[in-house]
Design a protein around this ligand. Structure first.
Ligand SMILES: Cc1cc2nc3c(=O)[nH]c(=O)nc-3n(C[C@H](O)[C@H](O)[C@H](O)COP(=O)(O)OP(=O)(O)OC[C@H]3O[C@@H](n4cnc5c(N)ncnc54)[C@H](O)[C@@H]3O)c2cc1C
Length: 503
């Protein structure tokens, strides 16, 4: 008898969703998390009474019971939910030549843009139209019904035939980039930059590197559902998934670093942890990045060399500089929670340091900071290659934190006088705490230049979830990857039964 039916390596949202759903389907699941804190890129941490997010803070539909967000669909199946506070506009984008509030409803978004560029607003509408239509067609097939093998076909044919018909007119853009639609619809440079920025925030790449369905889903969900923030911070989502996992009999082991995936006679037999501890299971799901999985967790001889080479040659988005600040809040009564600052229009939005994201979630949830204070997280891309713990580390850290400070000054001009707690994180910090290869945001796979791998691997019994698998980076996407993997590992009948309860 093995220790578990399934061992999951990593408690990122992808790993938690796959593990919790499989526990719900009746599998004995153990999730091994290397860190002492669960959640991976979405974990929270507390310093001196300030509760910070490590990564995500833009969410959609968390508090909406009918949300199409795959994460919410899983929570609903597990019998869990997250309290969330809705807000609008979802953020302010600050360019050198003006600030634009980004409203959720597409009409309102266009009206705000028309104040800056009336022609651009019309072009934005033309850009959004086919994407919103694609979203409408895609939204007829809930992610929770999907799987990553041929057994999907009978489900689609019997249950979702009308929805497939509705998708037919949109097949032309299904595999295209958002850049393809951008080039057909928008000439206004202001709007082109805006759309590139929106895509960059979503995928780490501009419009020509971001698949159209991903943008369709972002625009559609914003328009149809609500943009909201989880009360208690991102860690509230992680805690809800862990409650769901344990409620259905699954187990999470923290501080359980997996050193190797055990392979015997070509198939998976379990994992080896530190201190020679071993867990046996016929199925192992890796939530670690593709680079961590294929270099650290497996030996080169475990995989066909061409497959290994091809996977490891996947380009990666850079890592990050982070600023986590605890600040005094007096006089900041009108402050809003999300800001994106682009410093220079001569420099590409993807250039490290040029685009800075700022999140101040204590404007929505006061419990995240001591009374009279706010917690603030600012971050920007930064290449890992420049970093080592050499004698210049502290100086480099100071220099590289300055674009973040200058960005926050656009929103809170006297920020430096307000600080009561300052934490500066570098790509080394990011890769250490998130256990991610070179602290990467994830794979940079542009449409037409590669395909996102599915949950399958060439090793029987070994599967993968998370942002190095289909459909890609971001919380809804990694939750979808967890669903696709879990559903693939059980007979379609089990998925259909849970679907009947869910709908
Ligand atoms: C700064 C930042 C801001 C972001 N903002 C947003 C946002 O606003 N909205 C949004 O939707 N998305 C956002 N994202 C993206 C999103 O957070 C990620 O795509 C997603 O959380 C990744 O989840 P994952 O499950 O793929 O992997 P991860 O979260 O990386 O989880 C992998 C887990 O595996 C563990 N692990 C690795 N190796 C081992 C091992 N050997 N043994 C045991 N455990 C191991 C790690 O410790 C980690 O917990 C942001 C990301 C970052 C970094």
């Amino acid at each position: 008898m093995s220790d578990a039916d399934v061992v999951v390596i990593g408690s990122g949202i992808g790993g938690l969703v796959a593990g919790a759903l499989l526990a719900y389907y009746g599998k004995r699941v153990i999730i091994c998390e290397s860190h002492g804190v669960p959640g991976g890129a979405a974990h929270g941490f507390t310093r001196r009474g300030f509760r910070f997010d490590t990564g995500p803070s833009f969410y959609c539909g968390l508090g909406d019971i009918d949300s199409l967000n795959p994460l919410c669909q899983v929570l609903k199946i597990l019998g869990e939910r997250v309290e969330a506070i809705a807000y609008d506009p979802l953020g302010h984008y600050h360019f050198p030549d003006g600030t634009l509030p980004i409203y959720c409803q597409s009409d309102r978004y266009q009206q705000a843009l028309a104040q800056i560029t009336p022609q651009g607003a019309k072009e934005l509408q033309a850009f959004q139209k086919p994407l919103l239509q694609l979203y409408e067609a895609l939204s007829q097939i809930p992610t929770i019904a999907l799987r990553s093998d041929w057994k999907l076909l009978p489900i689609l044919a019997t249950r979702y035939l009308p929805a497939l018909w509705q998708l037919l007119p949109h097949l032309g853009i299904l595999n295209r980039s958002a850049g393809h639609i951008l080039n057909r619809t928008v000439r206004d440079p202001w709007v082109r930059r805006l759309i590139d920025l929106e895509c960059f925030l979503l995928s780490g790449l501009k419009a020509d590197g971001t698949v159209a369905p991903e943008v369709a889903f972002m625009l559609g969900e914003r328009d149809r559902s609500v943009v909201d923030y989880p009360l208690g911070g991102s860690e509230a989502i992680i805690q809800a998934l862990i409650r769901g996992l344990t409620r259905w009999g699954g187990e999470l082991k923290l501080g359980a670093h997996v050193e190797k995936i055990s392979i015997e006679q070509g198939r998976v037999t379990g994992v080896q942890l530190r201190r020679k501890e071993r867990l046996t299971a016929p199925i192992v799901i890796s939530n670690a990045t593709l680079w961590d999985t294929f270099t650290h967790l497996l030996s080169p001889e475990d995989l066909p060399s061409s497959y290994r080479q091809q996977q490891l040659s996947t380009p990666a988005v850079e890592s990050f500089m982070h600023l986590h600040l605890g600040i005094r809040a007096e006089g900041l009564e009108g402050l809003t929670g999300h800001h994106v600052v682009v410093h220079s229009q001569e420099v590409d939005v993807t250039t490290p340091g040029n685009t800075c994201m700022i999140s101040i979630p204590s404007v929505w949830d006061k419990s995240l900071a001591p009374e009279g204070h706010h917690c603030l997280h600012a971050y920007t891309l930064e290449p890992f290659a420049r970093w080592s713990r050499d004698p210049e580390y502290a100086d480099r850290k100071w220099v590289k934190s300055q674009p973040l400070y200058q960005a926050v000054e656009r929103v809170i001009p006297d920020i430096r006088e307000r600080i009561v707690l300052e934490l500066v994180g570098t790509p080394l910090t990011h890769s250490h705490y998130l256990r991610r290869h070179r602290g990467t945001y994830g794979p940079a796979i542009a449409p037409g230049q590669g395909t996102w791998p599915s949950c399958h691997t060439p090793i029987p019994g070994l599967y993968r979830v998370g942002d190095s698998t289909l459909p890609g980076i971001g919380v809804p996407a990694v939750a979808a990857s967890g669903i696709l993997c879990a559903n693939t590992l059980v007979p379609p009948q089990i998925v259909l039964e849970s679907l009947n309860q869910f709908q």
